[in-house]
Design a protein around this ligand. Structure first.
Ligand code: NAD
Length: 375
């Protein structure tokens, strides 16, 4: 058993700071308000735990918000989540939160093609004011956890937020494919500082990755030999617009590809990743997956799948669990990358485990137990 401190003393609220007030932030904030009054034993579609350890979903409280877009900065978080270019539909009433969105460090958060509106949308960087000191804001707000939700390809900006979390001694959830929590050096820094972290890159509830992983594993377990596979994704939100530039999505390709190929014990032909921006899809994402394998007798098996989901809500339920996991680790004095939590909720964890194993690890973590892993 992991030794816990006195929960009665430390439970209270889970104070969350969000970096990047895009569609995923919108889905997280709306989700917390949509489900705030549900009973502990309710079965909420898309949410794996109404109560994660001692924390009900309603225990999440937003205390700080960072962005760089002039249409969001200066607004209350409850208003900013519905400001352009966000295009996730409203699914919950969010009251005024008393949290003003402030300007974070821009660094490499905004790709050149996102500034010229050549596709009709993009980011409008607020040049009228300087960036705040993220460490100061985190400390002043009393945040327990900082969640990184900025665009794919933000190498420097993601590290600036991770650095700020370390300095402010705040837990870190990395929702994007920048390899920080899964990087041994960064992991060691979080451990040394006594800060828990989970990442990298949210693995959506039922998204392209988990469907592809499940089918790949099934094929391997049934003794087929996978030869080639692809997973093409299209969508109409800013995440997809950002990722039309191949240079932005090197790590996304690695994260999404490894999430699938790590389960196949030999080399296969694989092309996996975001494939185009289709504006009228809005926050809907469509995935086409194909797999070619060899069966008994040398014949071919083909698997063809089309999956259509709302993109941002698909990550939000997972994010809400990951946030509470990091807070729980903090309460218990657990530091460094959380192995099972990262493997279950993220595509590129420090260590990959099959999903059913990672799930067991998360449940054991909630109970405060160590488990022996059998794969
Ligand atoms: N299912 C999913 O939606 C899913 C799954 C896994 C990972 N992700 C990742 O989560 C991240 C957020 O996704 P989204 O759909 O909300 O994206 P989005 O483009 O809607 O939001 C990104 C936000 O970050 C802001 N931003 C840009 N640079 C910044 C900086 N330096 N500091 C603070 N804010 C900055 C932008 O103004 C924008 O509001 C993306 O990297 C995405 O790939 C999403």
């Amino acid at each position: 058993m992991v030794q816990c401190r006195d929960w009665g003393e430390i439970m209270a609220k889970v104070k969350v700071a969000l970096a990047g007030i895009g569609n995923v932030a919108s889905a997280i904030v709306q989700g917390v308000f949509k489900y705030r009054d549900v009973p502990d034993d309710a079965d909420i579609p898309g949410l794996m735990h109404v109560k994660f350890g001692p924390y009900h979903i309603s225990d999440i409280e937003f205390v700080a918000a960072f962005d760089i877009d002039e249409r969001k900065i200066g607004k209350d978080l409850s208003e900013a989540i519905f400001s352009k270019p966000n295009n996730l539909e409203k699914f919950a009433e969010v009251p005024k939160l008393g949290v003003e969105v402030v300007k974070g460090p821009v660094l490499d958060g905004v790709a050149p093609h996102m500034k010229d509106f050549r596709y009709g949308e993009g980011f409008l960087v607020d040049d009228s004011r300087p960036s705040v000191d993220v460490v100061d804001i985190l400390k002043e707000s009393g945040a327990d956890v900082l969640v990184n939700l900025i665009p794919v390809g933000s190498y420097e900006a993601s590290r600036a937020y991770a650095e700020a979390a370390l300095k402010a001694e705040v837990g870190f959830v990395n929702g994007i494919p920048e390899f920080i929590v899964s990087d041994p050096e960064w992991g060691a820094r979080f451990k040394e500082k006594g800060i828990p972290a989970a990442g990298d890159d949210f693995k959506s509830q039922l998204g392209a990755t988990i469907v592809h992983r499940t089918l790949a594993r099934l094929a391997v377990e049934r003794g087929l030999r996978i030869e080639n596979t692809y997973q093409l994704n299209i969508g109409g939100n800013m995440d997809f617009l950002n990722m039309i530039e191949e240079s932005r999505l090197k790590t996304k390709r690695v994260s999404k590809t490894e999430a699938v190929t790590s389960l196949i014990p030999y080399k296969v032909g694989a092309r996996v990743g975001p494939s185009d921006y289709v504006p009228f899809l809005g926050d809907r994402k469509v995935m086409y997956m194909w797999m070619e394998a060899e069966q008994f007798g040398g014949f071919k098996v083909y698997i063809d799948v089309k999956l259509s989901v709302m993109d941002s809500p698909n990550a939000a339920g997972v994010a809400i669990d990951a946030i509470r996991a990091v807070k729980l680790a903090r309460d218990r004095g657990i530091a460094g990358p959380l192995e099972g939590v990262s493997a279950y909720f993220f595509k590129h964890p420090p260590k990959q485990y099959p999903d059913y194993v990672a799930r067991e690890m998360v449940e054991a973590f909630i109970r405060g137990e160590e488990i022996k892993i059998k794969i």
